[in-house]
Design a binder for this molecule. Sequence first.
Ligand code: MOS
Length: 756
Amino acid sequence: MTSEISLSTVPAHTRHGSNIGQPLTRRDGVLKVTGAATYAADNHPEGMLFAVMATSSIARGRVVALDVDAAKAHPGVVDVMTPAHKPELAMDPDAKTNPFMFRLDLLQNDLVRYAHQPIAVVVACSLEAATEGAALLAPRYEEEPARVGLDADESFEPAAIGIGSPARIERGDVEAALAGAEHRLEATYETPAQYHNAMEPHAIVAAWDGDTLSIDTPSQGLAMAQGRLAGLFGIAPENIHIRSPFLGGGFGSKGLVSGPQVLGIMAAKLVGRPVKLVLRRDQMYGPVGHRPPTRQTLRLGFDGEGKLSALHHHAKTVSSTFDDFFEPAADISHTLYAAPAILTSHEAVRADIGTPLFMRAPGEATGSIALEGAIDEAAFACGMDPLAFRLKNYAEVEPISGKPFSSKALRECYRQGAERFGWSRRTLEPRKMRDENGYLVGWGMGTATFPALMFQAEARAVLRRDGSGVMETGAHDMGQGAWTALAQIAADALGLDLDRTEFRAGTSDLPDAGIAGGSAHTATAGMAIHNAGADVVAKLAALATGDERSPLFGAGNAGVVAREGRLHRRDDESRSEGYGDILARAGLAQIEGKGAAAPDPSAQETYAMHAHGAVFAEVKVDPDLGQVRATRLVGAFAAGRVINPRMVRSQFYGGMIWGISFALHEHAVMDRRSGRILNADLAEYHIPVNADVPSLEALMIEEHDPHVNALGIKGVGEIGITGSAGAVANAVWHATGVRVRHFPIGLDDLLVPAAA
Ligand code: MOS
């Protein structure tokens, strides 16, 4: 198996000089559109068998019988893995030693904790035989009533929400501020369960060779996956080789190793042959995470001029009965609006569901639609335009921490977004605008924000005598453009043109690139690349400046600039030398450097770090049928330095479409009697198609943030949902005068007697 994957395809647009900032097309685009890109399930090693999971049709109880004999008797079936017949694990799948470790269902017993939980795995010579074998298992259950939804059980305050954040944070005295406020507003918003629905299902091809494990599987976090699997199977992490060059979407659901992936590896061990296991679409509605439902109550206090004095954001959410993931929905209220008294609080219940997990803007997406709705309500209550209300209350320093923002261009986002949209022509009163066909027209807005995070990463850089360079880091491209944007950073870091830069990523044998999550991958892996380039260039410069035969002799490291494969004296750029000449004279074939990245603790102590934005939406509503169409969205986002404007715009579009989806389409419908999701497929689980998204514009607001990292990069993957979902919902209110506080907004919510 080749352990390294690299892309040397030259993109359509290359420019000599600075690669960062160029709108290059995806370097992996041609591979993808021609079908040459290999996704995990495209790998078929010699002797491979097919595994199919049997999953539970009940949500709670135990499996009392499986007809293993019938399955085994089916032609082509090789083995059936059950709690009674499976390889030993080195670690209890229910053990939890850190907050990033989630409990897995690996056939450890006969208990059923949620619908679609794996209860057996059938391995066969063909997918068809394995599928038929799984059906023949005909499980019998001892069923208990399923506990479902936000009122499933007694609620409690979680010890922590998200990853280790406090459930309750207060600044000032919110109750006193509310009691003393001129106006008070209380509104409760509900958001439904949502599922990631990445186009590529979770898949794994696993092959054992003694104690060495090779796997093809989509991963947003290769090093973490290696560590997790090493613990479960009791082997050294370096004995696990994971290839994940391309992901067909992830959105958080491929951030951590999931149970089904581990079952594929166990099945391969059981039968002693390579095994492929791919989830069916419906099997993705259980064991691989989801966005849990929330019920959020906003309590606002403000004066007659619309100045906020109190903000209480309370969120109730749901976790599984056996693990802890609590959607931090109220924490969005820490950042945006400057009330002198702010309280965020959370409570939760446990239900018979698979453990919820990170889903694109976990917490911010759910919290934002409720907060932006309540802000919109408050603006109308004091007769103010929602933009004027936001401008009056938006925070100059982060309200909850009191820290200044590391940089902030939100006012500019509001200004440019509003101007581009034409916001000044909006009526204050709802249900007053119509188009030429008589449809009700509504305009709404929302503020967007997402933290500028960084994790830890490493990279390795090589400069070669032939004038080319290599940059290696185990980065992940789930469609967002990492192959392209990180290669651009690599080329600049090496002082080379992109076509002389080989960028290697997507496998666990390379230096740890951190996790492609938290909108932090470009900043994190990018900074490791930047530093590795600086290291190798410094070594090369030392060779030249210390050699009297070099035109750079005596320049000193600080006095040299790397550009287009040459080092130039900073004080006299006409004096330069090519990389190849320097290495040749030193008798070296190549020279190597290393770099690491991590957040800067002193900058994080001093500043609040966030990206910001403003989204403006237009909807049209059929006054007779209540049918809603989102017809136009304009978003303006300030997210630090833009590495590739084409990729970044595409991320903003993707986020904005999720916003439309959140407001108008997505909803996992739970059967309250069985605890099963009724629409566990892409036909019934609605997401926007092209016809639902007629016009999007994303403005990139220039922002130089010197504090987030040396490159000034903030994330763009998640911010687009925040703001957009609320903007669409607020536009529906403005069109109709009906304030719907649950999502998705359906036409049945809007069928009210028309105003005379
Ligand atoms: Mo994301 S939910 O940080 O992959």
